[in-house]
Write a protein that binds this ligand. Structure first.
Ligand SMILES: [Zn+2]
Length: 185
């Protein structure tokens, strides 16, 4: 079997969140097993970015931690300590846990992206192109956002709540809100 070209590897990395059957359509010369083994091989190659802090076996305790956690091209799996461009596939395949449970378990805010910076940038460019082509409309996106916020399951990281409480206290928003003045009518 001939070696994987850089283009093929890029296609694989960008689409590794799809089921392998779907990836096969994008890589017609590769078999199911070839794609599966390549995904596993890439997983083992992904090493910690030089300056990144590891949160494996440590706790995310502040928004500063969250910012540090998501600022590199690869993102760490807090279940096993390995690094990936995109986490959800790995979480599902290896740890049988979904993104929502993962965020709750590791004290991450509900909207935390589970992909590295490079992946997010490329995905953003792809999305913008789909929007400008008219393939995706803003209504679709609003729907997706609503679904995502429902999937929040009402859970919030404790440091998020503390920060929110602090903001509310400092702004004294109950003095400004007409709703609270009228006593929730
Ligand atoms: Zn893992």
């Amino acid at each position: 079997m001939k070696n994987w070209s850089n283009d093929e590897v890029s296609i694989l990395i960008l689409n590794c969140h799809l089921p392998i059957r779907e990836v096969m359509k994008l890589l017609p010369h590769r078999s199911y097993n070839a794609i599966y083994s390549k995904i596993r091989a890439l997983d083992d190659n992904n090493v910690q970015p030089l300056l990144a802090k590891s949160f494996f076996n440590k706790k995310i305790t502040s928004m500063t931690d969250v910012e540090e956690y998501i600022k590199y091209d690869l993102i760490q799996c807090l279940e096993c300590g390995k690094w990936f461009p995109f986490l959800p596939v790995h979480l599902n395949r290896i740890h049988q846990i979904d993104s929502i449970d993962y965020r709750i378990r590791h004290n991450l805010p509900a909207q935390t992206p589970l992909a590295g910076v490079k992946y997010r940038d490329i995905h953003r460019i792809k999305m913008n192109k789909l929007i400008s082509d008219g393939t995706i409309t803003h209504e679709h996106l609003e729907d997706a956002i609503k679904k995502a916020s429902k999937a929040d399951r009402g859970q919030r990281a404790t440091y998020e709540l503390d920060r929110q409480r602090e903001i509310i206290k400092n702004n004294k928003i109950w003095l400004k809100s007409p709703r609270t003045k009228k006593g929730h009518k």
